[in-house]
Design a protein. Sequence first.
Length: 151
Amino acid sequence: MRWLILLVFTLLTGCAGMTSLESRSAEVSSADRQPLVLVFQKYRGAPYIYGGTDARGFDCSGFIQLALQEAYGLSVPRTTDALARTGTAVRRDQLRIGDLVFFYTGVKQLHAGIYSNKGRFIHASTSKGVMESNLDNPYWQRRYFQARRLL
């Protein structure tokens, strides 16, 4: 019931003040997109905390684990390394909503997010917490490693 109320509220509030992930939801016909939008709205801005797995703070894999569970009922591994070995490899030009994207951010250090649409992904960043970023941003473009499909 709570999910239905949130969905109705989201549809009635229109585009004013929406982030790019939210405002693009009407442009995508995929039924898989709406649950991810709702999860992003719920946790956007939650701070980054290493080892965090809830709204008080997330690390990247903690956010992915909770987001995929809430949006799709999918249980996934807790660590970024384990997530990077889960599912099937996907070429960057074939990404779909819900695919995981991975980046090398340091020596043997991975960062991950969830592809949201049109070259963008949601993730728990160390600087701004849960946010949406562009894969074509030079920082992410240089560090892109792989994508995995779990859904």
